[in-house]
Design a protein. Sequence first.
Length: 267
Amino acid sequence: MRLHTLLAGLGVATALLLAAPASAAPGIAGPSAAGLATARAAATQGDAPTRLARFFVQLDEHAAGRSVALTGDGADRAAEAKRPALTGAAEAVYSLNPAYVAGDSSAPVALFAYATVEARSADGQRASVWIAQPQGAGTAWEAVNISSTVDEVAYPRQAGGDLVFTEPQVNAWYRVHDGRVLPLNDTARAIVGAGVSVSGYQDVVRGRYGDKLPGSDYANQGKLGGFGVAAPGTTDNSAAWAGLGVLTASGVVGAVLIVSRRRRETA
């Protein structure tokens, strides 16, 4: 089970198209190396380290089967003992592009969604901190989420110059190489086998999510799913998306950040 804690409000509209990085596919904008360094620094500022330490304490409580969180001095001492630290460089995470899902043949398969960096506690726990610019490109980066897995860091590190992206509705991860969408985990492998063409993958996701795009009846009914924005603190028991909607500079509501069928816990 993947646990998340939010460091900033959900449902924000974020303009995230920046300078095209060398590691992204042509035509796909994302943060520069300097931008990623700035994003990583933001994960060490303000109350982000404290919230990260508390998140690791929450993991202990969850593992012990305790549903009531520590409070008071006990919680403060437990958090202080965690001494969380960031490990390695920040990575850019790209996510399935709704314009591509809608069938636009000129649309890239994915758009930049957020930056992420691995964190570790003093006793070896691992997590990933997600960083975005809630007020739009060119404004301050903020730590917006913590995940109890490090997939978000590990898979982008496998890029090797290729685009790596997630289909977050089902926690599938892919790599685009020589015009083909190749799976990086078992979930993706179950969807595309050994790999499909970029146009073939477009057919797949259009069939899966084409009726759940912004403006669809599905989205307008406020259901958890597709590319819609859900309220914070929900538990999604459908094969749907929940979490943070990203508004790109082109005005397309895009990648929801919290994976389906995973319980989200707020700080």
